[in-house]
Structures are given as structure tokens and as C-alpha cells.
Design a protein around this ligand. Structure first.
Ligand code: NAP
Length: 305
């Protein structure tokens, strides 16, 4: 089979030799080296515009990322070709660590003590138990589901929101977003970006988070209405927000967000694709196509993720 690596977000000079070792029978090409139409599988992460058009033999579009919003939004996406998400155990582990780090940073007031240190201020804030706090997890999928259980195991009260009803031991699971938010002091967004979830964290939703709480957005920039978030930070309703994803990216150097005291900003690193744990998963999916089978975790276009 012919496999095209078409990505601006991940480097072909790194990935192609790695995949070639695992799949010696396949022929690999790096965009724009082969666009002659005989490609069977395209591996993408923010693919160049038009890279997926005019490939009549294409049987699979394999994402190198867990989020597929930019693939689904491509107007040139060939119809009827399945898109497979990457479910990377290393990425799942990394996301758990990031969310737990932010929950603890807020819970233990470290974000506040960093400000005190800058002022040479020796001042203590009230201590809370984990059981005093509610943590809301928006999205209980590959990432959010496991994170909800890990945060619960630390003693926090955890509420989770998903589209379809779910059951997770010890976690209050609901399809009612307002109920989940009103039980939460800290809210972590682990939703896919779809027409239903774009702008979902607006003023109305954010003010349902309990006072002095925090928002952790490790999903996509389009989930949060930034002026609404800033208004809730400035009014003192929310104590802090951790933002990892933005629209546009990179966050422009002149953005006022960089200097806002209520924000911790990271450059979309909450969880990176980990070659050591993901290359085998990519190879398995390509082998599925060779056998004429459908790989797992393909996108449901009606749901948008
Ligand atoms: P997933 O397995 O598809 O899970 C998505 C979850 O969101 C599911 O529980 C789903 O509900 C829920 N959901 C989707 N639409 C909804 C709606 N309209 N209302 C309520 N719930 C809804 O996705 P995942 O692998 O966990 O990844 C989630 C997102 O994380 C990705 O799409 C990506 O954008 C982001 N991400 C970010 C980074 C980073 O470094 N910042 C890294 C990796 C991923 P159901 O369970 O009912 O389907």
C-alpha cells in the first residue's frame, strides 16, 4: 500500500523512518512528494490545504492527534473515507498528569503563592481538603473518563458530563451540563470541538462554576468565550484559569492574555503525541486497512467527533 504523510504539525523526517521500520512492506511518501492519486492511507496532523483532495484510492485518513476537528472541518475532505483518531496511551497519561497538576495548583493555592512571592509577601491562605472540593470533567471519553477516575481517587468530589449517559464508579455522571457545573469548583474541559461544543464555555456557563473556582481548558481554544472568561476572572468569581489551547495558535505575542494575572498559559502541550506509545497504534490501524477491516476509533461524522 502507499502511505502519504501530510502534516504541518508533525515532522515527516521523524515519523516516516519510524513507521517504515514497523511497516516494511508499505511505501511511504511525504507531502508533497507523492500526490499522484495512488495513495491508500493518509497520515495527517494539520495537513496542508488540499492535501487530501484528488486521492481516489484513499481508504483511510489516520490522524496523528486525538483531536480531529481540523480534519473534519476540511472542505476538501473526500466523502466516504473513514477518519481514524489516534488513541495514544502516552498521550492519555500525559493529559492526566497535566489536569491533575492544574487541579492541585488551584486547590493548594500555588497560583496565588507565586504572586505572593513576587511581592515578597509571607501570607497563608485557608487550607481545604480534597473532599471539600468539586471537580467537573467535561467530556468522559478516552481522556476525560480516566481523568475523572484519577481525580476521584485523590478524594475530590467528581462530576462528569457526556453526550450519552455514562457510569463511572464514584463519579456523578450526567448529561446535564448546568448540573455538573454547579457541583464544580474546578472544571476541566476535555471535549472535542464540534458545532455543538464551540463557545460552550460562555458567561452563562462559566458563572455556574462555584465562586473562587477555576477553569482548565486543555481541549481547544474554540470552547471558551475569552471575553466572558476574562470578565469572570476580573470580577473575582473565578480565581484562576489554565489555558492550553487558543484561537489562533500560536497565541500572538501582543495578546493581552499573556500578561493577565488570572491566567496560566501553556503552548498546547497538555498532551503531545508520544512516538514510543503511538507508532505501534498507527501501524495496527494501517494493517487493519490492508486486511480490509475498519480500524477502531473512527470519526462519527453525524456527531462531529
Ligand atoms: P473522545 O474519546 O471522543 O471523548 C469526547 C467526550 O466528549 C465524550 O465523553 C463525549 O460524549 C463528550 N461529548 C462530545 N460532544 C458532546 C456534546 N455535544 N455534549 C456533551 N458531551 C459531549 O475524545 P478524547 O480522546 O477524550 O479527546 C477529547 C479532546 O481533547 C480532543 O477532541 C482534543 O480536542 C483534545 N485534546 C487536546 C490535547 C492538548 O494537548 N491540548 C491533546 C489531546 C486531545 P460521549 O461519551 O457521549 O460520546
Amino acid at each position: 500500500m502507499n502511505v502519504l504523510f501530510a502534516s504541518t504539525g508533525e515532522k515527516p523526517e521523524f515519523w516516516v523512518p519510524l513507521l517504515q521500520k514497523l511497516l516494511p512492506a508499505e511505501r511511504f511518501f511525504a507531502w508533497p512528494d507523492n500526490n499522484s492519486g495512488d495513495i491508500d492511507v493518509a497520515i495527517v496532523a494539520t495537513h496542508p490545504r488540499g492535501a487530501l483532495a484528488g486521492l481516489p484510492r484513499l481508504k483511510l485518513i489516520q490522524s496523528l492527534w486525538m483531536g480531529v476537528d481540523n480534519i473534519v472541518a476540511d472542505p476538501d475532505l473526500p466523502r466516504g473515507v473513514p477518519v481514524a483518531r489516534l488513541i495514544d496511551p502516552g498521550m492519555v497519561a500525559a493529559m492526566g498528569e497535566t489536569v491533575i497538576a492544574h487541579v492541585l495548583d488551584w486547590h493548594r493555592h500555588f497560583w496565588c503563592y507565586r504572586g505572593f512571592q513576587a511581592q515578597k509577601l509571607w501570607k497563608r491562605r485557608r487550607q481545604y481538603l480534597a473532599s471539600d472540593r468539586g471537580v467537573g470533567i467535561l467530556g468522559l471519553g478516552e481522556l476525560g473518563g480516566g481523568i475523572a477516575l484519577k481525580v476521584r481517587a485523590m478524594g475530590f468530589n467528581v462530576a462528569g458530563w457526556s453526550r450519552r449517559p455514562k457510569q463511572l464508579p464514584g463519579v456523578f455522571c450526567s448529561t446535564d451540563l448546568d448540573e455538573v457545573l454547579s457541583r464544580s469548583d474546578a472544571v476541566a474541559c476535555l471535549l472535542p470541538l464540534t458545532p455543538h461544543t464551540r463557545g460552550i464555555l460562555n458567561k452563562d456557563r462559566l458563572q455556574r462554576i462555584r465562586k473562587d473556582g477555576c477553569l482548565i481548558n486543555v481541549a481547544r481554544g474554540g470552547h471558551v468565550v475569552i471575553p466572558d472568561l476574562l470578565a469572570l476572572l476580573d470580577s473575582g468569581h473565578l480565581a484562576h484559569a489554565y489555558l492550553d489551547a487558543f484561537e489562533p495558535e500560536p497565541l500572538p505575542a501582543d495578546s493581552p492574555l499573556w500578561a493577565h494575572p488570572g491566567l496560566t498559559i501553556t503552548p498546547h502541550i497538555a498532551a503531545l503525541t508520544e512516538p514510543r506509545t503511538s507508532a505501534g497504534k498507527l501501524a495496527e490501524n494501517i494493517e487493519c486497512i490492508r486486511r480490509g477491516e475498519m480500524p477502531p476509533n473512527t470519526v462519527d461524522f453525524a456527531a462531529g467527533y
